[in-house]
Design a protein around this ligand. Structure first.
Ligand code: PEP
Length: 251
């Protein structure tokens, strides 16, 4: 069965001072019943890995370039992330799609490169508020899935994060029915494209304003295999109760 996953996205936050939070997390959650992934800024990957060494908590990047190497000043390749100790990378986050005009094709190319470098790609999908209000959510998700997810995806190298754009960093959360509808839809689309084996094994995370106070309810929704957490992953005091809620959901 799918192992649950709590993933933290630190975004452009954190310097060496923040590593103490990871020390605290590693003390509370080493050998956890769920997978835990921290995606700090790339500058901290190596030091984060050293702090988390032996805890079972993994590190990941927040983005990678679609090319393996070359003249791309300021960019980071999937192989560089792996070299810095990462085992995963987030691709297609809505902030990347908005700030860097990343399209589904770009996201698919990045995910493919990441998988070929041995990383697990956490592919983000999600509708805007206007799309939800126009009742277009499932069409948007279907298009993002067919455009952003590479053919070589498996349960080991792909995680999907459903993150409604309007819920990210806003404190707004969809109803549990809305989350369940999208997660069920994602599972059905995976089945149709990749077959039952892959559909059963790919983890589908929810992301968008997950907090200690709402995590338990979200984790009880069918087909929710964990969370991608932004703001609440920066402090161990906030992230730890979310992980505990996921551990409880894992039984
Ligand atoms: C995110 O950026 O992926 C995210 C879910 O952010 P937040 O938890 O802060 O809404």
């Amino acid at each position: 069965m799918r192992r649950k996953l709590a993933a933290g996205n630190w975004k452009m936050n954190g310097t060496g001072d923040g590593l103490g939070e990871l020390r605290t997390l590693s003390q509370s959650h080493s050998a956890s019943a769920v997978d835990i992934l921290i995606c700090p800024p790339a500058t901290l990957l190596h030091r984060a890995g050293a702090v988390l060494d032996g805890s079972g908590i993994a590190t990941g990047g927040q983005d990678c370039h679609a090319a393996g190497s070359g003249a791309h000043t300021g960019d980071i390749s999937a192989a560089m992330l792996a070299d810095a100790g990462a085992t995963a990378v987030i691709v297609g986050h809505s902030e990347r799609r908005a700030d860097h005009d990343e399209r589904n094709d770009d996201v698919r190319a990045k995910a493919k490169t990441a998988m070929e470098a041995g990383l697990m790609a956490v592919v983000c999908l999600g509708e805007s508020l206007a799309e939800r209000e126009a009742a277009n959510t499932l069409d948007i998700i279907a298009g993002q899935m067919s455009g952003s997810i590479p053919d070589l995806s498996t349960g080991e190298n792909l995680v999907i994060a459903y993150e409604p754009i309007w819920a990210i960093g806003t404190g707004k959360v969809p109803t549990m029915e809305q989350i369940g509808e999208v997660h069920g839809f994602v599972r059905t689309r995976l089945d149709r494209r990749f077959g039952a084996g892959v559909a059963r094994s790919v983890r589908v995370l929810y992301g968008g304003s997950v907090k200690p106070g709402n995590a338990g309810e979200i984790f009880a929704v069918p087909n929710v295999d964990g969370a991608l957490v932004g703001g609440a992953s920066l402090k161990a005091d906030d992230f730890s109760p979310i992980i505990h809620a996921l551990e409880d959901a894992a039984g």
